[in-house]
Write a protein of this length. Structure first.
Lengths: 443, 430
C-alpha cells in the first residue's frame, strides 16, 4: 500500500450557529493527488463486462452490434494482468468469456479470445438484471482485496424478475463491487437503473445513440483502470448527543449515502465510497446537535477517510477533518451561509425537482411539472450547471431563467426526457472553484 | 468564516486549560526571625504574619527549594515557572487523558476535543486560573476569553517578591495588530521587573515606574512599523510592608475592597470612590502628579484606586459631562494612554496606599468593570455570592468572572485577587 495516493480532506462550512441553533452543514472535499496517474495503480483489479442480450437488443440490430463493439473496446482497454470476464444477460446470465465461471488475466491471447466470443453473441429472451449481478458477484468473490468494477449495459426494463428479487441481489452485492450502468435506446427505466447504480456506487447514463457506446465503454474502463485504492470509506464520528441527519455525495453527482452506514466504532459509522484514483469528490453532511451556550465550540463531526480493513483489523486513516459548531450572539457571523454549502444544497434540490417534475409530467400533472421544472431552470442557472440547463431546454421553453418561468414543450423526444433525468444528479463545482482552478492551471 | 481544516485546529494550545491551585512560587515569610524557607509556608492558606520585623529572607523555588532571584521567570535549577499567569506552562500535563470540562469523561483527544460530547476544551488562554501561595496567604488570577471574542487578548502575571506580591493585568488594544502579544509581553516583563527591582532594594513606586518603562519598551519592540504597533493597557498592584502601590496606563483598574464590605455578615458600608481631592495624590516622582509631595493615602472603605486614562474620565474630570453622560457616549471607552510603539513616552500614574483594615486588592481589565464599575458593585458581587477572598481568592476571582460572563461577557475578562490580611506597619523598615 506504499504507493497509495496522498489523500486530503477539506471542510467548508460556517461553524457559527445562532443561540439555540441545532443544524450544522458542511462540505467535505476529498482529494487524492500525487503521481497516481503516472505510477501503475498498486491494487489488483478485476473487471466484469455485462452485456444485455435480451431479444430487444436486435430491434434495431445496431444496438447489439454497437454493444459488442463497445465491449470489445473495453476488453482492449484492460491493463495486462487485470482479471476479467464477459457476461451476457437475458432471463439468466451466461459466461461469454471465459467459458467457465471464473476470471482470467488480461493478455493478448485472452483479449483476442474474448473479442471472438463477443462476435458470436446473439440476442434472445428477456431481462433479469438481478441474475446478471449475481453471477458478477460470484466472479468477483475471490478478488475482494482489489479494485472490483463492473459495466452493465441494458436496453430494457427488468421484467423477468420481481423488484424484490432485484432488491435482494443489490443488498447482497453492495460494497462487493462497483457497477457503472448504461441504458441504450429509450425502452429502459432511468429510476430502475439509477437504483442499481446507487446501490453499487456507480454512475447511470443514457447512451441514446448506439454509435456512442464505444467511446463510453472506453472511458469507463479507463477510469476503472485508474483506481489505486479498492475500498475507502468516510468514517463519521458524531457527539453522543448529536444525530447525523444525512451524508450525501454531491460531486461529481448527487447520491445519498445515508442508508449505507455501517456502524464501525463508538459513535461512528462508515459510508462506503468505493474505489479511488486520482480524483476529487465532495460530500455534504448535516448534523443535528443539542444547542449550546454562546461561545461554546463543539466538534459536531469528525470525518475520517479510511480504508476499513478486515474483521479485527484496524482501519487505515488516510486523512481527517473537523466539522465544528460554535454558538454566537453575533448575527453577522451566524447568518452567513457558506458558499459551497449553498451551492451544493441548491444542486441537491435541483436533482429532486427535476425528478419530481418529470414524474409529474408523466402522470399528467402539468401544473406541478411546470412549477418543478421552472424551479429547476432557476437553480441550474444559479449554479452555472450548463449541462442541466441544456437538458432542461429540450423539455421546457424558458421564458425567464432568473425567475424560473417556463412552459412545457408539447413534443419532447423520449431520449431528451431520459437525458434530463440522468443528467439531473450531475453537479458542477462552484464558479469560484472554477476560477481558482483556471488560475492554477495557468501557472 | 470557514475553512476549519486541520491547520486551524492546532493553533492554540492543547494543554489543559485550567491550572487551578498552581503554586508557582512561595516566598519564605518575612517574619518570625527563625523562619527558614521550608517552614515559611507552613501556614498555607490564610497565614497571617506580622511582616517586616527582620530583613526579608530569600525566595526559594517551590519545586526544588533552590534559592531564586525575585523576578526570575523560571527556576534555573529545575525549570519551574516562578511567575504565574503565562499559559501553557506550570504543572506538567498529567499522563492519560484529560477530563472534558463539558461532560466529565476522560476523553479529550490531542486536538483538544472531547471524544464523547465533542466539546472543544478551552485553549490555555481562553480560560486561565492561577493561584499562588505567598507569605501573606494565597493570591489568585483568573482570565477568560468572554463570549464574543475569538481569543483572549488580556494577559496577567503574578510574581512573588521577597515581601509581598506584584500583580499585573494588561488588556490588548483591539484596534491594534496582534494585541495579545502586547498584553503578554507587558505583563510578563513588568511582573518580573517589579520583583527584581524590589529584590534589589528599590522603593515600590520606583519599581513600578521602572517596570512600566521596560514593559513599554518590550511592547514597542513588537511593532513592525509605527503604523502597525501592537498595543495594550497596563495596571500593576504591588503589596508589601509599606502598603499597596498601584501604577497604570489606560483603563485597566485596581480596586480596594474592605473586608467588611465583602463579608456576608456585614451590612453594606460606605463604598464611595476616591474623591477628587485624593485623585491628585499620585506618588512622588510621578511626572503626572500635580501634588508632588503627597503622602501615601490611608485606605479604609472600599474604593477604586485608579483613574482611567480614557475619554470618559477626561470629560468627567474636566467637568464637561457627568459620569452617566460620559459612559453613555460612544467615545466612552476610547483610551488616552497606552503602551505601544505609537504611544510615545509612556508615563504611568503611580499611587501608594496604606490600608488601615483587612481587605482585598482587585486588579482587573474593563471586561470586568464594564459590568461592575463601582467598588461597591464588585464588593456586592462577592458578598452576595458569600465569597471569602482571603481564604479562597481563586473562588472569589471565579465568581467575579462568572458574573461578568453572565452579564454578557462582551469583552475578555481578567481579574487578580490579592487579599491583604492585616494592616501593614506604617513605619519604614529599611
Ligand atoms: Zn527549581
Ligand atoms: Zn465531553
Amino acid at each position: 500500500m506504499s504507493d497509495q495516493p496522498q489523500f486530503t480532506v477539506k471542510i467548508d462550512q460556517n461553524k457559527y450557529l445562532p443561540e439555540g441553533g441545532r443544524e450544522v452543514h458542511a462540505i467535505v472535499s476529498v482529494e487524492s493527488a500525487g503521481g497516481v496517474a503516472a505510477a501503475a495503480p498498486a491494487a489488483q483489479a478485476a473487471e466484469v463486462i455485462i452485456i444485455d442480450t435480451s431479444g430487444s437488443m436486435t430491434y434495431p440490430d445496431t444496438k447489439l452490434r454497437a454493444a459488442i463493439a463497445a465491449a470489445q473496446t473495453a476488453v482492449d482497454t484492460l491493463r495486462d494482468g487485470v482479471m476479467f470476464a464477459v457476461v451476457s444477460g437475458s432471463n439468466s446470465a451466461k459466461m461469454v468469456f471465459p467459458q467457465q465461471a471464473a476470471l482470467v488475466p488480461a493478455n493478448e491471447r485472452n483479449r483476442a479470445a474474448a473479442k471472438a466470443a463477443l462476435k458470436r453473441l446473439t440476442a434472445q429472451g428477456g431481462t433479469a438484471i438481478g441474475s446478471w449481478l449475481r453471477l458478477a458477484d460470484q466472479l468477483f468473490d475471490p478478488y475482494q482485496a482489489g479494485v472490483r468494477h463492473a459495466i452493465l449495459l441494458t436496453d430494457g426494463k427488468n421484467q423477468h424478475e420481481s423488484p424484490e428479487e432485484l432488491q435482494a441481489v443489490l443488498a447482497r452485492c453492495a460494497g462487493r463491487f462497483v457497477c457503472d450502468c448504461r441504458g441504450v435506446g429509450t425502452d429502459w427505466e432511468v429510476a430502475e437503473l439509477r437504483k442499481v447504480a446507487n446501490a453499487l456506487l456507480g454512475t447511470v447514463d443514457i447512451v441514446a445513440d448506439p454509435a456512442d457506446l464505444v467511446a463510453d465503454f472506453r472511458a469507463m474502463t479507463q477510469a476503472a483502470m485508474g483506481k489505486a485504492v479498492a475500498d475507502v470509506a468516510l468514517r463519521v464520528w458524531t457527539p453522543q448527543t448529536a444525530r447525523l441527519k444525512f451524508v450525501k455525495q454531491v460531486m461529481p453527482n448527487v447520491q445519498d449515502l445515508s442508508a449505507m452506514r455501517a456502524e464501525t466504532a463508538p459513535q461512528a459509522g462508515d459510508y462506503p465510497l468505493g474505489a479511488w484514483g486520482a480524483e476529487s469528490r465532495d460530500y455534504q453532511i448535516c448534523v443535528e446537535v443539542p444547542p449550546g451556550e454562546v461561545g461554546k465550540e463543539l466538534r459536531a463531526a469528525w470525518v475520517k477517510l479510511v480504508v476499513p480493513g478486515g474483521p479485527g483489523q484496524e482501519a487505515q486513516v488516510l486523512a481527517t477533518g473537523n466539522v465544528l459548531a460554535q454558538w454566537t450572539d453575533d448575527e453577522a457571523l451566524s447568518t452567513k451561509i457558506n458558499a459551497r454549502v449553498a451551492h451544493y444544497t441548491g444542486q441537491s434540490e435541483l436533482a429532486d425537482v427535476i425528478q419530481e417534475g418529470l414524474a409529474a409530467r408523466r402522470d399528467g400533472d402539468l401544473d406541478t411539472a411546470t412549477a418543478r421544472l421552472g424551479r429547476a431552470v432557476k437553480l441550474a442557472d444559479e449554479a452555472g450547471n450548463e449541462a442541466v440547463t441544456a437538458a432542461l431546454r429540450k423539455v421546457v421553453d424558458v421564458l425567464d431563467p432568473a425567475t424560473g418561468t417556463v412552459r412545457l414543450k408539447a413534443n419532447v423526444e423520449k431520449a431528451d426526457e431520459m437525458s434530463l433525468d440522468t443528467t439531473s444528479t450531475k453537479t458542477v463545482r462552484t464558479r469560484k472553484d472554477e476560477t481558482v482552478r483556471t488560475r492554477r492551471s495557468e501557472v | 468564516m470557514n475553512g476549519n481544516g486541520n491547520g486551524d485546529m492546532n493553533g492554540e494550545g492543547n494543554d489543559t486549560a485550567v491550572e487551578a491551585n498552581e503554586s508557582a512560587a512561595n516566598g519564605p515569610a518575612a517574619g518570625d526571625g527563625a523562619g527558614g524557607a521550608g517552614e515559611a509556608n507552613a501556614g498555607g492558606t490564610g497565614a497571617r504574619r506580622e511582616q517586616g520585623a527582620v530583613k526579608p529572607a530569600e525566595l526559594a523555588c517551590p519545586q526544588c527549594g533552590v534559592v531564586v532571584y525575585p523576578g526570575e521567570a523560571f527556576c534555573e535549577n529545575c525549570g519551574r515557572q516562578l511567575i504565574a499567569g503565562r499559559p501553557g506552562s506550570g504543572a506538567p500535563r498529567p499522563s492519560g487523558r484529560t477530563r472534558c470540562v463539558g461532560c466529565g469523561e476522560a476523553a479529550v483527544d490531542g486536538e483538544g476535543y472531547c471524544e464523547h460530547c465533542g466539546m472543544k476544551q478551552p485553549a490555555d488562554r481562553d480560560h486561565l486560573e492561577v493561584e499562588l501561595v505567598t507569605p501573606g496567604g494565597p493570591v489568585a488570577g483568573v482570565s477568560d476569553r468572554g463570549k464574543r471574542y475569538a481569543r483572549n487578548e488580556d494577559a496577567f502575571a503574578i510574581a512573588p517578591h521577597t515581601t509581598g506580591v506584584a500583580a499585573v493585568v494588561c488588556d490588548g488594544v483591539g484596534s491594534s495588530p496582534r494585541p495579545e502579544t502586547a498584553s503578554r509581553a507587558a505583563a510578563d516583563t513588568a511582573a518580573a521587573e517589579i520583583a527584581t527591582a524590589l529584590g534589589a532594594g528599590a522603593a515600590p513606586g520606583d519599581a513600578v515606574r521602572a517596570a512600566v518603562r521596560k514593559a513599554a519598551e518590550a511592547v514597542a519592540g513588537l511593532a513592525d512599523s509605527p503604523e502597525a504597533s501592537p498595543s495594550c493597557t497596563f495596571v500593576a498592584a504591588v503589596t508589601g510592608p509599606d502598603g499597596v502601590t498601584v501604577g497604570w496606563v489606560g483603563d485597566s483598574r485596581a480596586y480596594w475592597l474592605s473586608e467588611s464590605d465583602t463579608s456576608p455578615s456585614a451590612a453594606l458600608r460606605d463604598t464611595g470612590e476616591l474623591d477628587s481631592s485624593q485623585v491628585t495624590a499620585d506618588l512622588k516622582g510621578d511626572p503626572n502628579a500635580t501634588t508632588p509631595d503627597a503622602e501615601t493615602l490611608p485606605l479604609g472603605p472600599s474604593r477604586r484606586l485608579t483613574d482611567d486614562d480614557s475619554w470618559a474620565a477626561f470629560m468627567v474630570a474636566s467637568g464637561a459631562l457627568t459620569e452617566a453622560e460620559a459612559e453613555a457616549h460612544p467615545n466612552a471607552h476610547v483610551i488616552t494612554a497606552w503602551m505601544g510603539a505609537d504611544a510615545g513616552e509612556v508615563r504611568p500614574h503611580v499611587r501608594g496606599f496604606v490600608p488601615d483594615r483587612p481587605g482585598t486588592l482587585l486588579v482587573c481589565s474593563d471586561g470586568l468593570w464594564n459590568y461592575f464599575p463601582g467598588a461597591g458593585d464588585l464588593a456586592a458581587v462577592l458578598r452576595n455570592a458569600q465569597a471569602d477572598p482571603a481564604a479562597d481568592p481563586t473562588g472569589a476571582a471565579r465568581i467575579l468572572v462568572r458574573h461578568a460572563l453572565d452579564a454578557g461577557g462582551r469583552d475578555n475578562i481578567t481579574v487578580a485577587v490579592l487579599p491583604m490580611a492585616a494592616a501593614p506597619r506604617t513605619e519604614q523598615d529599611r
